[in-house]
Design a protein around this ligand. Structure first.
Ligand code: AMP
Length: 438
């Protein structure tokens, strides 16, 4: 038997409803903030990620899926969304679009060769947003607010926002020199990863998971203390807008994030929830004012974030309201060959009327079909056999109350719709529309 590749998994039919519901919330909230969807290819030229994400990042050093195609092109399965969006923005000249800033979002699979564990896979999915074309701190606050509205709409509890500033490129350079001087005599005491990072990108040493509590890193100078006046003003501009919107945050001076391209604001969303285990970070992002230019585009500043969809789904399990179970409005039990054509007619009428209906396709006995209706969580069970066909009636059983009635075929649709409405008003928890009232 050929099995799935390590670190990948199937999203089975019993799971997809949760995904669709989550995606529906993403689409709604994106509409509220007027972010528009962009879809880019799943693989790109390897150079794109090497030049943007950074040679020193864990992602490029040890996690990308690289291969050469049959035309000897070096290809990488995308490990994240931002670089590809920036490539597309440059290639399609979206920076010259009359609508500015460009507010974009994406949803899709990403690939990283990591050690698989709960909340960490080799193929995973991200929802991300990129807002490009403005230096204003209002845009940083806008993307953070967008993310917060999403988490609120999903009712994910115990969320905290960590925020920091790395400063503009000048402040980053000044800080880099200071950090190098500080770390140089001590670096041999830190882990091998830190020693490698020290040579290529010392800022990333602060990000070390192994040595994060060592006094060397705790007492290291922090980017926030080396900000230029411009960078300080920008950061204050972001924080004051978050304050005005009532968005709580914690300034975390050690937050640097794993990707090289960030400047100014960086932030992370964490949720303290048992279902997340060790993977408490739901998402994160920051400003990347120089990335477009460094990929041969114009001077075009930007800020964005990415959330792991699998993590959001895990967090939803601890949420105020777990996603509703799968259900259907009705299951039609069809008995006997003669009643089949009429049953098909009834089914299509119910479906064209907007009802979720299923039926039997295996000519199973009555009892087994009842079992199937129960498994599908049908609100109503319609029984249709030769007798019913002859008398132009159907038997309809309310799965919740057990009440069974014989009604005229012509009244079937109205009967079920009314029944669903009644159940809604008495809060059965079955339907979509009652969600907010209950
Ligand atoms: P990053 O692009 O590294 O900033 O990651 C953004 C978010 O994507 C993280 O906070 C996680 O929620 C999610 N994520 C990153 N890597 C993985 C992975 N290997 N498996 C599942 N989710 C991931």
């Amino acid at each position: 038997m050929i099995t799935k590749v390590k670190g990948t998994y199937d999203i089975l039919p019993s799971e997809t409803r949760k995904w669709q519901e989550l995606e529906a919330v993403i689409f709604q909230v994106s509409r509220l903030y007027n972010f528009k969807e962009i879809r880019t290819p799943i693989f790109e030229a390897s150079e794109l990620f090497h030049r943007s994400v950074g040679e020193a990042s864990d992602i490029v050093k040890k996690e990308t899926y690289d291969f050469s195609d049959r035309g000897d092109r070096l290809i990488t399965l995308r490990p994240e969304g931002t670089a590809a969006i920036v490539r597309s923005v440059i290639e399609n000249k979206l920076y010259a679009d009359p609508i500015q800033p460009q507010k974009l979002y994406y949803v899709g699979p990403m690939f990283r060769y990591e050690r698989p564990q709960k909340g960490r896979q080799r193929q995973f999915h991200q929802f991300g947003a990129e807002a490009l074309g403005s230096y204003s701190p209002a845009l940083d606050a806008e993307v953070i607010a967008y993310a917060i509205t999403l988490l609120k709409a999903l009712r994910i509890p115990n969320v905290s926002v960590k925020i920091n500033s790395l400063g503009d490129s000048d402040s980053k350079a000044a800080y880099r020199t200071e950090l190098l001087q500080y770390l140089k005599p001590k670096i041999s005491e830190l882990c091998p990863d830190c020693q490698a990072r020290f040579k290529v990108n010392p800022l990333r040493v602060l990000d070390c998971k192994i040595d994060k509590d060592s006094p060397i890193l705790v007492n290291a100078p922090k980017p926030l203390d080396s900000l230029s006046l411009v960078a300080k003003t920008h950061f204050q501009g972001v924080l004051s807008r978050l304050d005005a919107m009532g968005i709580a945050y914690v300034v975390d001076k050690s937050l640097v994030r794993g990707l090289d391209y960030y400047t100014h604001t960086v932030f992370e969303f964490e949720a303290d929830l048992p279902t997340l285990g060790a993977q408490a970070t739901l998402g994160g992002g920051g400003r990347y004012n120089d990335l477009v230019k460094s990929l041969d585009g114009p001077d075009y500043p930007a800020v964005g974030f990415a959330f792991g969809i699998e993590r959001l789904l895990l967090a939803l399990e601890s949420g105020e309201k777990a996603p509703k179970e799968n259900y259907i409005h009705a299951f039609m039990i069809v008995l006997g060959e003669r009643s089949q054509p009429k049953a098909a007619e009834l089914l299509i009428d119910l479906r064209h009327g907007g009802l979720i209906v299923d039926t039997d396709f295996l000519m199973r006995p009555l009892k087994t079909q009842f079992k199937q209706a129960e498994r599908l969580n049908a609100m109503y069970i319609i029984i249709f056999g030769d007798d019913e066909l002859n008398n132009d009636v159907v038997n309809v059983k309310n799965a919740k109350t057990g009440v069974q009635e014989t009604i005229k075929t012509i009244d079937l649709y109205q009967y079920i719709v009314k029944g669903i409405q009644n159940q809604t008003s008495t809060c059965s928890g079955h339907c979509d529309s009652c969600e907010d009232e209950c």
